[in-house]
Ligand binder design. Structure first.
Ligand code: ZN
Length: 174
């Protein structure tokens, strides 16, 4: 890779550093794990690689447009590549992103690595997932109940806290 290309990849990375998810403005695309890579394409044109949070997510078109707009505004070359494999998983979400999500009022995904479910229970994962306690992002109470499998968007479920009575979105794990 020549020096000029390396400099433009750096500039692209910086130009996109603060781009946020259209649905969750407090979290950057990089923190969410959607922005996978900024690299030199085979023809020398810089490529921005993104992976959708789940197939058919309606926000992806908006995210591509936002990236192109940011590149144009900075006068930088580049194209957006959507890479479907490996599939995005909520495990790619950073710890800082989970905390920002909670502070924003959305319960972060309860992922396998964070679960305190005993290992022997995992074979009943379908049952376990349905009955995972989702702590209330407002008061921290585990005394919550799912009111709808779909929240404000398809990737979230609607919950209600039985202690402070606040409804909240739960970002479902994938
Ligand atoms: Zn609560």
């Amino acid at each position: 890779m020549n020096v000029a290309t390396h400099a433009s990849l750096q500039a692209i990375t910086e130009a996109l550093a603060h781009l946020a998810d259209p649905e969750i403005p407090v979290i950057s695309l990089r923190e969410l794990g959607i922005l996978r890579d900024v690299r030199e394409g085979a023809d020398g044109v810089p490529e921005v690689v993104i992976t959708p949070t789940y197939s058919g997510c309606p926000a992806m078109g908006q995210i591509e447009d936002d990236i192109r707009a940011a590149l144009n505004a900075a006068g930088l070359p580049g194209r957006v590549i959507t890479q479907l494999s490996p599939a995005w998983t909520t495990d790619w979400m950073s710890g800082a992103a989970r905390e920002k999500l909670r502070a924003y009022g959305i319960a972060p995904p309860q992922c396998g690595s964070q679960s305190d479910t005993p290992a022997g229970v995992l074979k009943f994962s379908r049952y376990a997932v349905r009955h995972t306690a989702v702590p209330c992002p407002q008061c921290g109470s585990p005394n919550t109940t799912q009111t709808s499998p779909f929240g404000s968007t398809a990737c979230k479920a609607l919950y209600r806290c039985l202690d402070c009575l606040e409804p909240f979105d739960y970002f479902k794990p994938y």
